[in-house]
Design a binder for this molecule. Structure first.
Ligand code: ATP
Ligand code: MG
Length: 559
C-alpha cells in the first residue's frame, strides 16, 4: 500500500478524553475515529488490525471444530422474557420498540437467540455436540464508555456457544475452547494468563477469564509465584482456616470502652494497644436494595463480588456514611456486630476470632471481649475477604503476587440455565427429553486490539506484535524527489510485496523527521529506510521497532 494513497490521518494532538495509551495512540495513528460516546469508526489501518485479530480467532475456532454463523444483532424482547433476563439485565441492554409496539433490544450477547436456534434445529443426541460461533458487533449501553476500544458501547465480539448431551460432554467442549483460547492469544503474540473468574450476570458455575497483562488493566489478578495458579481477585479463593486451639483460651466479658473520635481501625488498635487483626470491621452494603453488614478482620478488605455471591444477590453497593445513618441511625466508625439488627454476613476468619474488638454501635464507643457465636451470630459466614500477597496459593501453598490485567476473553460453563428456562431439549439415547448442557465463550476482538497496544508501546508510539501489525514492513523513501531513491524504494516495495509481505510504502513528499515519527507511531515491526547510506553505498537500513536494532543491507540482496 502506498502511504500517499491511504486515508491515514496521523495527528500530533492527543484527544483530551483519551485517558489510556491505546486510545491516544489509536487516534493519533489514524486507526480509529469517534462517532459518538463509545462508538468508533475503524479507518483503513485500524480495520486491518481488526482483521488480523479476526482471522486468528476464526482460524483457531474452525480448527477447534466450531462452526461459524451470523445471528441478527436486533433481538426480540420475548426471548429475553423467556430467559428471565429482560428484567434482570439492567440498563446496559438497549431496548426499543418497533412500529408494531413490540419490544426489541440490541444484542449485548446471544444466549437467548442461540438457545432458540438449538431448540428448533437440534432434536437428537446424535446431533451433539455442536459449537456455533459468530464474529459480530455487540451493543452494551455501558454506564461509562471510556478508554476507547477497551470499553466501547458498540464493539466487535466473537461469541461461541456449545451444546452437549451431558456434563461430561460439556466439560470436554469447555476444555477444547480453553485450549483454542490459549492458541488464539499465543498466536496474537500477547503475554496473557487464564484465570478463574466470577461468572457475573451471564450465570453458570465455572468460568475462566483470559487476561492480557498490562499495567493499565482494570482487573487485578493474583498469580502464584511457584505454580500456574492465577485468579481474578474477585474470585481468588481463600481456603478454610484450621480451628484455633480451643484449650486454654479464656473468653473475656464484653466491656464497653470509650474511643472518642477514633473511627479508623489503626487508631482504635493503637489506642487499645491491640493489633488491627484483633478488630472486627463492620461494613454496610446495599444488597439488592437491602442493608447488609459484612464483617471482616480489621486488617482485611471486603471483596464485594464474593459478598454478592455469598448472598446470592444481583447487585451489592457499599453504603456511605449518610446512607447508613439514614437507613439504620448507626454511626459509621463505631459499627459492630453485637446487638446489630441488620442482616449480617461474616468472613470465615472472623468466626475464628476470640476476644476481639468491635464498634459498639454508639458514637465514640467500642467493645472489647467480643466473641463470635456467644455475642453475635451472622446469618452466614464464608470466604468474603480480598486475597492479599501475604496469603498463600490455594493450590500449592506458594507465594502470591498481584498483576493488572485486561480481560480479552471469557469462557463459561453455563449448564442448563438457558436451556431449562427456554425449554430447549433434545431426545437422549435413553429416549428421555433432556435440556442441552451449554457453554459460552466470548472474545472481545476489538478490545484485543487495544490490549495489544496497552501491553506493547513506548514513548514514541505503538510496537505491534508481528501477527497483529497492519503491515509487517514500512519502506521509507527519504528522497521522494530523487529519481534514484524512488527507483530503489519502489523496487523494494514491489519486490517484498511480490514475496507476500504486507508493506506500507511511505512515498509521501514529507520531511524525513516526520516519516520516522509516523513509522514509530504506527508501530510497524520493521522499517526499511532508503536514505543516506543508499546515496553513498547503495545500501538500505533495516530497523526493528521493538529492539531498535539496525542492520544495513545491500539493496541487491534484499530480494
Ligand atoms: P467487562 O467485565 O470488561 O465488562 P464482561 O464480563 O461484561 O466484560 P463478557 O460478557 O464476558 O464481558 O464479554 C466477552 C468479552 O467481550 C469480554 O471478555 C471482553 O473482552 C469483551 N467486552 C465486554 N464488554 C466490552 C466493551 N464494553 N467493550 C469492548 N469489549 C468488551
Ligand atoms: Mg461488562
Amino acid at each position: 500500500m502506498r502511504y500517499s494513497q491511504m486515508l491515514l490521518p496521523t495527528t500530533k494532538e492527543t484527544p483530551s478524553e483519551a485517558e489510556v495509551i491505546s486510545h491516544q495512540l489509536l487516534v493519533r495513528g489514524g486507526f480509529i475515529r469517534k462517532l459518538t460516546s463509545g462508538m468508533y469508526t475503524y479507518l483503513p489501518l485500524g480495520f486491518m488490525v481488526l482483521q488480523k485479530v479476526t482471522e486468528i480467532v476464526r482460524r483457531e475456532m474452525n480448527r477447534a471444530g466450531a462452526q461459524e454463523i451470523l445471528m441478527p444483532m436486533v433481538q426480540p424482547g420475548d426471548l429475553w422474557e423467556e430467559s428471565g433476563r429482560w428484567k434482570k439485565y439492567g440498563p446496559e441492554l438497549l431496548r426499543f420498540r418497533d412500529r408494531h409496539d413490540r419490544d426489541y433490544c440490541l444484542g449485548p450477547t446471544h444466549e437467548e437467540v442461540i438457545t432458540d436456534i438449538a431448540r428448533r434445529e437440534m432434536q437428537s443426541y446424535r446431533q451433539l455436540p455442536v459449537n456455533l460461533y459468530q464474529i459480530q458487533t455487540k451493543f452494551r449501553d455501558e454506564i461509562r464508555p471510556r478508554f476507547g476500544l477497551m470499553r466501547g458501547r458498540e464493539f466487535l465480539m466473537k461469541d461461541a456457544y456449545s451444546f452437549d448431551a451431558d456434563d461430561a460432554g460439556a466439560g470436554r467442549s469447555y476444555e477444547i475452547m480453553r485450549e483454542a483460547y490459549h492458541r488464539i492469544f499465543t498466536s496474537c503474540g500477547l503475554d496473557f494468563r487464564a484465570v478463574e473468574a466470577d461468572s457475573g450476570s451471564i450465570g453458570g458455575s465455572f468460568s475462566h477469564e483470559f487476561m492480557v497483562l498490562a499495567d493499565t488493566g482494570e482487573d487485578t489478578l493474583v498469580i502464584c509465584t511457584s505454580c500456574s495458579y492465577a485468579a481474578n481477585v474477585e474470585k481468588a479463593a481463600i481456603g478454610p482456616y484450621a480451628s484455633p486451639e480451643a484449650a486454654g483460651v479464656v473468653l473475656q466479658e464484653l466491656v464497653r470502652v470509650a474511643t472518642p473520635g477514633l473511627k479508623k481501625v489503626n487508631k482504635v488498635a493503637e489506642f487499645l494497644q491491640v493489633q488491627p487483626a484483633d478488630l472486627i470491621k463492620t461494613m454496610f452494603y446495599l444488597a439488592d436494595g437491602e442493608p447488609v453488614a459484612a464483617l471482616v478482620r480489621g486488617d482485611r478488605e471486603v471483596q464485594s463480588v464474593k459478598l454478592k455471591n455469598l448472598l446470592g444477590a444481583t447487585d451489592v453497593e457499599p453504603m456511605d456514611e449518610d446512607q447508613v445513618w439514614q437507613q439504620t441511625r448507626l454511626p459509621v466508625g463505631y459499627l459492630g456486630p453485637v446487638g446489630l439488627e441488620v442482616k449480617m454476613v461474616a468472613d470465615q476468619e472472623v468466626m475464628q476470632m476470640v476476644n476481639a474488638v468491635a464498634g459498639a454501635n454508639e458514637k465514640g464507643m467500642h467493645l472489647t471481649g467480643v466473641n463470635p457465636g456467644r455475642d453475635f451470630q451472622p446469618m452466614v459466614s464464608g470466604d468474603l475477604r480480598q486475597i492479599t500477597t501475604t496469603d498463600h496459593c490455594p493450590l500449592c501453598g506458594g507465594g502470591l503476587r498481584l498483576r493488572e490485567g485486561i480481560e480479552v476473553g471469557h469462557i463459561f460453563k453455563l449448564g442448563t440455565k438457558y436451556s431449562e428456562a427456554m425449554t430447549a431439549t433434545f431426545q437422549d439415547s435413553d429416549g428421555q427429553e433432556k435440556p442441552f448442557v451449554m457453554g459460552c465463550y466470548g472474545i472481545g476482538v476489538s478490545r484485543v486490539m487495544a490490549a495489544a497496544i496497552e501491553q506493547n508501546h513506548d514513548a514514541k508510539g505503538i510496537i505491534f506484535p508481528l501477527p497483529l501489525a497492519p503491515f509487517q514492513v514500512i519502506v521509507l523513501n527519504l528522497g521522494p524527489k530523487d529519481a534514484s531513491y524512488c527507483q530503489a524504494a519502489e523496487a523494494l516495495y514491489l519486490g517484498l510485496r511480490a514475496q507476500g509481505f504486507d508493506i506500507l510504502y511511505d512515498d509521501r513528499d514529507e520531511r524525513p523527521g516526520s516519516k520516522f515519527n509516523d513509522a514509530d507511531l504506527l508501530g510497524i515491526p520493521y522499517r526499511l529506510t532508503v536514505g543516506k547510506t543508499f546515496e553513498k553505498e547503495g545500501k538500505v537500513e533495516l530497523r526493528s521497532r521493538r529492539t531498535g536494532e539496525t542492520q544495513v543491507l545491500d539493496v541487491r540482496h534484499c530480494f
